[in-house]
Design a protein around this ligand. Sequence first.
Ligand code: CP3
Length: 349
Amino acid sequence: MSDSLPLLLRAARGESVERPPVWMMRQAGRYMEVYRKLRDQHPSFRERSENPDLSYEISMQPFRAFKPDGVILFSDILTPLPGMGIDFDIVESKGPLIAEPIRTESQIKALRDLEPKQSLPFVGEVLERLRESVGNQAAVLGFVGAPWTLAAYVVEGKSSKNYAVIKSMAFREPDVLHKLLNHFAKSIANYLRYQIDSGAQVVQMFDSWAGQLSPTDYDKFAAPYQKQVVDLVKETHPDTPMILYISGSAGVLERMGKTGVDIVSLDWTVDMADGCSRLPKEIGIQGNVDPGILFGSPEAIRERIIDTVKKAHGRRHILNLGHGILPGTPEENARVFFETGKSVHKLTN
Ligand code: CP3
């Protein structure tokens, strides 16, 4: 068993596997007591994610606790921004803050191309160490934010409810926004290549806020840049499976399947059976248990996992939540999720 490639990697590549692999978006973080303790000692998010010892340690916390089939780098989608000349911070209870939001063409022209080796050496170091530590017991996952979602942060300057600032740019000065999206697409593709070269075996692109676009605008401002990233990465790294996640994706599911990614990650507002039938057979599905179920009883969690896995039967499936695990989730329930996930083939047969 342990000398074959990690289950998640084999499944993501479309090989037939003994059970669906399981991991969780945001599986490292605030719901874990060990994380909160470490956060008290190192209150800066930038430090926790950019100091390689801390980032490595936090990435390993859920692996030690639950042995998921995937170990995701502890970092953030905003981590590459300073390497392009955009400073940010993540402030407790406020979320991400961009020091100087990007709103003009001259600011976009002044952005630097990302040189991941120079500006993000800690990411390479952590991925290398994770690979060495987990061996074939789990796959190491890298990730990036997609151009639209990164643009939403840097233009708005913070998390937004209605995206008025970036939408005013999109519908008044679309060429300016396209320049920014294009800049991000190239830099993000290079960043993914660097992550893969450093040890990431499967990569996920989060276009978390692309679900805020109408499908017509998704086709203009999100999909072409997702595709540009996928095409650039596939040019050099054709064998690395790529996953695409969007929050609130029900209106654009079919479109997600056309970006060239190998796996589409569903949120929980789409029934797994419907999601499977709306995407071509050769595309794998990830998801899609409601993170809110993890506030429920162990029976409720087990039932929902069984239902999800049954509905995805016959498909390439990676069991996951429909979005990140929520702060305040009882750790015991995260354990139920992983344990049930790993024995589900015995329960559904
Ligand atoms: O999955 C993992 O365990 C890897 C870690 C990870 C983080 N952020 C750590 C983090 C990942 C994959 C991300 C991606 C990310 N970051 C996304 C895409 C995923 C999604 O949720 O849609 C987005 C949109 C961001 C931007 C971001 N970073 C937000 C909105 C916040 C604040 C959220 C909040 O609830 O306060 C962050 C901060 C952040 N990134 C935290 C963690 C664990 C929480 C802050 C902390 O622990 O101090």
